[in-house]
Design a binder for this molecule. Structure first.
Ligand SMILES: Cc1ncc(COP(=O)(O)O)c(C=O)c1O
Length: 439
């Protein structure tokens, strides 16, 4: 680590700061599938950074778009003003979104996209004169970012316990992970769709359907270890929400932009939600940006309810539709389309699946879950030391194998850029296999 870097002032997010700073892991460059570490090593990126660099690092067309935009218009407000790139980015995003989700609210990241969507849901019912609908339903083990709305509908104890009770009126579905029944399933588990019935039989029965504004779920729960919806599960949620006039929000911050081989998870599952939250791959992570894709009728209800010349929705961010982010989004979506990256991910998925499941039978591997270019490998925890086994593998992969993986609890989560080659899939899983055998 270069002596001149003083690590004490940056309070790092979601990081064991003291341990990190004793032996920092620094990335100083990136290109395509690889990072460069400060000691000059090439590190294979098995995680697209944080599930976000879907087109690979430093894509020249995205870099160029940002550079050009920075020289032309660094910043312009989008409160009562506008600039062309924000409108162009919204149209471009809509061009790959499920039909009917054709209005876009921009923000700066995934957490803001979730909080924006929850506010749109609450306000939508209110502007229609149905203001009793104030409850939100999330899911256990859901991750919806770190805003107060997101941690309230989210279901991760560690993200909630220090921060008070959160939003009132929030309840949670159970998560659908059932290793006892579904271990080592390739793709979607066959068993467990009936857990979606609990929305009606348990939560709506308890709260009364007329009090519920929205249900929010990740189509695949990424951050808590790649938890897949059982076959038919999301369809059931959609049907129940339709039956009772409840909005369904898909948080596609991870599943958006080709991760499953389709533009959005909604396309893969054939289930159209009322809103989609997205971020990360929207700009290939080159500039922070989030967005909520909204059904037109929801947007139109706001327009119809407000007086002429009145602001219809009291919400927004200084950086909503930021010119650099907008330019990056346009370029990223162009790259996804021009290079056929979603189709590429779909074509690579079976090879990736085989490689993932080749780890079955290795020491401590208790489940492997996968879909598209996403996979979770769940390990048996060390007695009394949860997270230690996966953390050990993470460090060995980084220092000894030159491979970046991600861990959550004792689960290894992989989500490589969609440009990954067969040889790099081999390298990624060989690194894991060799490391697991040393444990
Ligand atoms: C499903 C989901 N929602 C929201 C977020 C939060 O996004 P951000 O970290 O950009 O605020 C994440 C981040 O991983 C996510 O996976």
């Amino acid at each position: 680590m270069p002596n001149h870097i003083d690590t004490q002032h940056f309070w790092m997010p979601f990081t064991a700061n003291r341990a990190f700073k004793e032996k920092p892991r620094l990335l100083v460059g990136a290109s395509g599938m690889y990072y460069t570490s400060d000691d000059g090593r090439k590190i294979l990126d098995g995680t697209s950074g944080l599930w976000c660099v879907n087109a690979g690092h430093n894509h020249p067309k995205i870099v160029e778009a940002i550079q050009q935009q920075a020289a032309v218009l660094d910043y312009a407000p989008t409160f009562q003003m506008g600039h062309p790139k924000a409108f162009e980015a919204a149209s471009k995003l809509v061009s790959i979104a499920p039909t009917r989700l054709n209005r876009v609210f921009f923000c700066s990241d995934g957490s803001e996209s979730v909080d924006s969507a929850l506010k749109i849901a609450l306000a939508y019912h209110r502007v229609r004169g149905d203001g009793l609908r104030q409850r939100l339903i999330g899911r256990e083990r859901g991750y919806h970012g770190v805003g107060f709305g997101g941690i309230s509908v989210g279901g991760i104890a560690g993200n909630r316990k220090h921060f008070g009770p959160g939003l009132p009126g929030v309840d949670h579905l159970r998560h659908p992970l059932d290793i006892a029944q579904n271990a080592f399933t390739r793709g979607l588990p066959q068993r467990g769709a009936e857990l979606a019935d609990e929305l009606e039989s348990r939560l709506l029965a308890l709260h009364d359907p007329t009090t519920i504004a929205a249900v929010i779920v990740e189509p695949i729960q990424g951050s808590t270890g790649v938890i897949l919806p059982p076959q038919g599960y999301l369809q059931k949620l959609r049907a129940t929400c339709d039956k009772y006039g409840i909005l369904l929000i898909f948080d596609e911050v991870i599943t958006g932009f080709g991760r499953l081989g389709t533009a959005f998870g909604a396309d893969y599952f054939g289930v159209v939600p009322d809103m989609i939250t997205c971020a990360k791959g929207l700009t290939n992570a080159a500039v922070p940006m989030g967005a909520v894709l909204v059904k037109q009728e929801i947007h139109d209800a706001f327009m119809a309810a407000a007086a002429d010349n009145a602001i219809e929705f009291f919400h927004g961010y200084t950086y909503s539709g930021h010119p650099l982010a907008a330019a990056a989004a346009i370029a990223a979506i162009d790259v996804y389309q021009d290079e056929g990256l979603f189709e590429r991910a779909a074509a690579m998925a079976p090879y990736f699946e085989d490689a993932a499941h080749s780890l079955r039978g290795l020491p401590y591997v208790k489940d492997i879950r996968n879909l598209g270019l996403l996979c979770g490998i769940e390990l048996e925890s060390m007695p009394g030391k949860p997270t230690a086994r996966a953390a050990d593998i993470f460090l060995k992969c980084f220092w000894e194998k030159g491979v970046l993986i991600r861990t959550t609890g004792d689960i290894i989560a992989l989500s490589p850029p969609l440009i990954i080659e067969h040889a790099q899939v081999d390298q990624l899983f060989a690194a894991l296999s060799e490391t697991l055998k040393t444990l």
